[in-house]
Design a protein around this ligand. Structure first.
Ligand code: AGP
Length: 367
């Protein structure tokens, strides 16, 4: 029983097209469409009284965790500490007993994440893992598991597992916020409605293929690329930069857009394209003025925005991709899809081995 590419050029392309399906399947596990409420499996701890969460993961899963931090802090008012697993383990952070250790991994076999899990285990904290592979080592060693329903991911560059992780973390945020008295029924309904709307909005992203390929043409010529975003869009910029590095071998860095003026702005010239993720959220104006500063220094702006932001973005951007406007809460999930597609199209232009990039393994089982 081997898995085929179903007519797509690469597994990565096939898996990119599975985003809408996978978000929907993952939601089905946790959301009751009739009552529009989130239901998580029973867990041996109480989300209402957990004093703190410690999130740890590697690579893309870590960026999913960073979005999770924004959500858990802002919506559930839960204090969160986060670090990459290879650092968390050696930081030996002081942990309050009864805290929640939140581990995120597609494979459930990543050595750094597994080692972090084991070291957190010794500290009387609850281990909740967000995993795609159900029968993995991390699954066996966790107190609770929330499954992403992404199916097998073959491409070394993670795509659909990432949006599935975000979907699970969004549901966890809603359940935690409710348990902590931070979300009334109406507010919960609004967030759940935004999530349930996502699969169809995600499907619409694929109508933007031509625009994404235009941007890819510019990025493929560059040696260095700067990715920018703010708030929950900053980790999406990081995801975009990682994906570009992994499969196109073009150097890319992500910065929080407001931090650019503290250093990286000195890099900007015509040869360093700026890829910015700027949907119309409460941070839209602030991010746009950061982009203005870059443009004033000769920066070429390639912007992912949405229907509500398009007019103002078009006034300053060299080129843009317009996505459907969605609720702020779920915007990072939707905005992930085009940054991954951009990396894919650049890699295709570069002619790299997209599914098996050099020096990388699908799951990294050494520390
Ligand atoms: C993402 O495109 C990567 N290939 C990589 O960063 C990956 O997300 C990381 O190694 C973590 O893997 P895991 O989710 O299986 O633990």
């Amino acid at each position: 029983g081997s898995i085929g590419k179903d007519g797509y050029r690469h597994f990565m392309e096939k898996e990119l097209h599975e985003h809408p399906l996978v978000i929907g399947q993952t939601l089905q596990r946790m959301v009751d469409p009739a009552s529009r409420r989130v239901f998580l499996p029973d867990m041996p701890f109480d989300l209402a009284t957990v004093p703190r969460a410690v999130i740890t993961a590697c690579g893309s899963a870590f960026y999913a965790g960073m979005v999770g931090r924004y959500w858990l802090e802002a919506i559930a008012r839960l204090p969160v500490d986060i670090d990459v697993a290879s650092e968390m383990r050696y930081r030996n952070p002081p942990l309050t007993e009864g805290s929640l250790g939140l581990l995120i991994s597609q494979s459930g076999e990543t050595a750094d994440t597994l080692a972090a899990l084991r070291s957190l285990r010794q500290k009387a904290i609850h281990i909740l893992s967000v995993l795609n592979v159900e029968h993995s080592t991390m699954a066996r060693e966790s107190d609770s598991v929330l499954g992403t329903v992404a199916g097998p991911e073959i491409s070394v560059a993670s795509t659909k597992a990432f949006t599935a992780q975000l979907t699970v973390l969004a549901c966890l945020t809603i359940a935690t916020a409710r348990a902590r008295g931070m979300l009334d029924a109406l507010a919960e309904e609004e967030l759940v409605a935004a999530l349930l709307d996502l699969p169809s909005r995600a499907a619409e992203v694929f109508t933007q293929g031509a625009a994404i390929r235009r941007l890819a043409g510019v990025v493929a010529e560059a040696r260095d690329v700067l990715y920018l975003g703010r708030g929950s869009m900053f980790p999406i910029a990081m995801e975009g930069a990682l994906k570009l590095k992994e499969i196109s071998y073009i150097h890319a860095e992500a910065y929080a857009a407001g931090e650019m003026k503290h250093g990286p702005i000195s890099l900007i010239d015509r040869t360093v394209p700026i890829v910015a993720s700027v949907p119309y959220t409460p941070l839209f104006d602030k991010t746009l003025s950061n982009l203005q500063e870059a443009k004033a220094r000769g920066g070429r702006l390639l912007v992912f925005t949405d229907t509500k932001g398009a007019d103002r973005v078009s006034a300053i951007a060299e080129d843009m991709v317009v996505l459907p406007h969605v609720h702020d809460f779920v915007a990072p999930i939707l905005q992930t899809i085009p940054v991954q597609m951009l990396a894919y199209e650049v890699a295709v232009l570069k002619g790299t081995d997209v599914d098996q990039p050099r020096n990388l393994a699908k799951s990294v089982t050494v520390e």
